[in-house]
Design a protein around this ligand. Structure first.
Ligand SMILES: O=C(O)CCC(=O)C(=O)O
Length: 329
């Protein structure tokens, strides 16, 4: 494949090596030539299970969003501002346990430039073409700050999003350049056609059925559900859309310079179809309880590393769970 990732830094996902050979790892194919042709966009999404656009959004808009978000993480010490903030170099995160994480997380999701990216005409336009009607974005938005050493398990979005309709598309948007060694997204080619997923996992409801990540091992996932892993050297302005049945995850962030990966995932559906109450409405319920979306910080060696949602008290401050046997190993 053509990714620029440093050949000396091995690519891993969830700590497992990812095989770089041509039969195992390939490039996402650009769909830029289909922009403005809704029928072709729909047909190609059905065929590929994803649509990848280079520079769908003006990179200067994405850069504004990046600075807006990283500046807020710097306040928590999560970014080391002895380097330029835009470099996204990880800090010690000392303030995380002391602040109101609920208010912090809301401030990221409601930021002007962040919303300009996720709710802008470029992304809504493609979503509208894909869904052939007026679309709305899910009220919940998932900005992700992924520190060196962190990643994301393999899953499909369907079981997490489908209590309203299953006609939903996710958009994964890098907020800045993101190479595979820095934790780029990876989608499994042809997984959206996997009978095995369609007849089992994809019928589940993540919350009612207590789903964990489907798997951690990129090779075993590949052998069971699809073909090559597909990825890219993502650049500011790029957008990757995929459907609820497309299996995906992320490379571990192994940045040799300690750079954090910043990205966003958001979901879009038709405005005239029922919406999943977990993520929609004024006071959406999420995964229940008093929790805040704040993935990562595995070095705290806490069960929350397995979980992207942190328990918080009534002032929004993190409540760490008891360390479990599993965390210790
Ligand atoms: O960015 C990531 O690490 C995971 C994103 C994801 O799972 C999604 O977009 O559904």
């Amino acid at each position: 494949m053509s990714i620029r990732s440093d050949p000396d830094v091995s690519l891993t996902a969830n700590g497992f090596d990812v095989d770089r050979s041509a039969g195992r790892l390939g490039d996402l194919e650009s769909a830029n030539d289909l922009l403005g042709d809704p029928r072709a966009l729909r047909a190609t999404m059905q065929e590929r299970g994803y649509l990848f656009f280079r520079k769908l959004i003006d990179p200067t808009i994405v850069s504004e969003a990046r600075l807006e978000v990283l500046g807020k993480y710097a306040v928590l010490g999560e970014i080391d501002d002895r380097h330029p903030i835009d470099d996204g170099i990880a800090g010690d995160g000392e303030a995380v346990s002391a602040v109101n994480l609920r208010a912090f997380s809301e401030s990221i999701r409601s930021g002007y430039w962040y919303r300009r990216v996720t709710d802008g005409p470029e992304v809504l336009g493609v979503a509208g073409d894909l869904l052939d009607g007026v679309v709305q974005i899910f009220a919940m938005r998932w900005p992700r700050f992924v520190r060196p050493g962190e990643g994301c398990g393999f899953h499909c979005d369907g079981p997490y999003m489908n209590r309203g309709t299953d006609r939903i598309f996710s958009a994964w948007i890098p907020l800045g350049d993101v190479t595979p060694t820095e934790g780029a997204l990876m989608v499994l080619e042809n997984s959206h056609r996997s009978e095995r997923l369609l007849s089992g996992y994809l019928r589940a409801d993540a919350d009612r059925d207590g789903l964990q990540w489907l798997d951690d091992d990129p090779v075993s996932v590949q052998e069971q559900y699809g073909d090559r892993w597909l990825t890219a050297d993502f650049e500011a302005g790029d957008v990757l859309f995929f459907g609820m049945h497309t299996l995906h995850g992320a490379f571990d962030n192994r940045s040799p310079v300690g750079r954090c990966r910043l990205s966003s995932d958001t979901r879009y559906q038709r405005a005239d179809e029922p919406a999943d109450p977990r993520w929609n409405g004024a006071d959406f319920e999420g995964h229940g309880g008093s929790r805040v979306f704040y993935p990562g910080l595995g070095r705290w060696n806490n069960a929350d590393f397995q979980d992207e949602w942190k328990d918080v008290d009534d002032r929004g401050r993190i409540v760490l769970r008891e360390e479990t046997d599993r965390d210790r190993h």
